[in-house]
Design a protein around this ligand. Structure first.
Ligand SMILES: NC(=O)c1ccc[n+]([C@@H]2O[C@H](COP(=O)([O-])OP(=O)(O)OC[C@H]3O[C@@H](n4cnc5c(N)ncnc54)[C@H](OP(=O)(O)O)[C@@H]3O)[C@@H](O)[C@H]2O)c1
Length: 325
């Protein structure tokens, strides 16, 4: 698969390295509105927009701010190119609808880089939950207490703003953890949240908590933050009528479910920068997303994080923002 990378910022470095590692995947060049070459691949060509790309390519990777993903996806779909977008799908329902419809109409694949779904432990938990093997879940408590300094927010004038980031840690950093929450448990029926801005000069929240009740009675909680210094591993604690388990980052760190041995891959661990940094230096999960995306294109199936399920994550985050008290 031949890719054009749209955006030349922080996460572009992860894609250059991930594509470099994969045989059969090729990075053709980048689109930069400023005419900036890719920092990690300065010799590759650079175009001002997708329509100007004058080399053959099959797909785009959208590495632009959250609120621009729909724009890039629609442009790519109109050119008949497949779309792998960085998370989230987008930050507004109408934008997600438009990009999904454009890709559907053009017959191209739309995948989202929610790379934590590729972790073996997250996948096995998802399969066991879907299969009802973990019993009746009555509580799920997510803690995504990260830290970013003001310099991070100052590194882009859109960072921490509602227009393009679409929010603070709920929409941006903890988006991955809320994605797993929505992937595992679906959307709640009732939400109440409290949000505040404590440690940064930004428009959006930098800390908050939400309480959620699901249709089956399950009560969920989430704390998301970029104000909790020094930044902590993400934890998801789940309680069912058969016992409890905990995921720390993307690995099962505690397991006590009646009659079921710990299904976790004890030997597996992604290196996580996310608690304290926007960089993603362990490219293995991005590689896994690219591998799944290419298989989805070949097989004509939905990617692991397709538009329909990735959309739930943004919906959940918007619900949390809307139900703020
Ligand atoms: N999956 C993950 O773990 C992960 C981690 C970090 C970030 N992300 C996601 O990746 C995307 C990009 O994040 P990033 O940290 O790489 O951001 P970034 O460093 O600000 O880079 C974004 C790039 O988008 C381009 N761009 C086009 N229009 C822009 C505009 N109006 N304002 C600012 N930039 C614009 C810019 O490149 P040009 O000026 O050259 O066009 C810029 O370098 C976001 O959606 C973010 O959520 C995902």
């Amino acid at each position: 698969m031949r890719y054009v990378l749209v955006g030349t910022g922080n996460i572009s470095n992860t894609y250059v390295a991930a594509l470099d590692e994969r045989s059969g995947s090729e990075l053709v060049g980048c689109v930069s509105r400023r005419g900036r070459a890719l920092p990690a691949a300065p010799d590759l060509p650079c175009w001002p927009d997708l329509a100007s790309v004058d080399r053959p390519f099959d797909a785009v990777i959208l590495a632009t701010p959250n609120g621009l993903h729909h724009q890039g996806a629609i442009e790519a779909a109109e050119l008949g190119k497949h779309v792998l977008t960085e998370k989230p799908l987008d930050i507004a329902v109408v934008a997600m609808d438009k990009m999904t419809e454009a890709c559907r109409a053009a017959g191209v694949t739309l995948g989202v880089c929610f790379q934590r779904r590729t972790s073996p432990d997250n996948r096995v938990v998802k399969a066991l939950l879907d299969d009802g093997q973990l019993g009746r879940v009555f509580a799920a408590d997510l803690s995504a207490k990260f830290y970013r300094d003001q310099g991070y927010y100052d590194s882009g004038d859109y960072r921490g703003g509602m227009a393009l980031d679409g929010g603070g840690p709920f929409m941006q950093q903890a988006c991955h953890n809320l994605d797993l929450y929505a992937w595992f448990f679906g959307l709640p029926e009732q939400v109440v949240s409290m949000l505040g801005t404590f440690a940064h000069q930004i428009e959006a929240e930098d800390h908050g908590a939400a309480l959620m009740r699901h249709g089956n009675g399950m009560i969920g909680t989430v704390v998301a933050s970029t104000a909790t210094r020094p930044g902590f591993s993400a934890r998801l604690e789940v309680h069912t009528d058969r016992g409890s388990f905990t995921l720390t980052d993307d690995s099962i760190s505690f397991w006590d479910i009646e009659g079921l041995a710990n299904p976790g891959r004890q030997d597996f661990q992604y290196a996580h920068d996310g608690a304290t940094s926007a960089s993603v230096t362990d490219t293995s999960a991005h590689q896994a997303i690219i591998e799944d995306f290419e298989a989805a294109v070949r097989e004509g199936r939905e990617p692991l994080a397709g538009a329909a399920s990735a959309r739930l994550t943004t919906e959940l985050i918007l619900q949390i923002y809307r139900e703020r008290v």
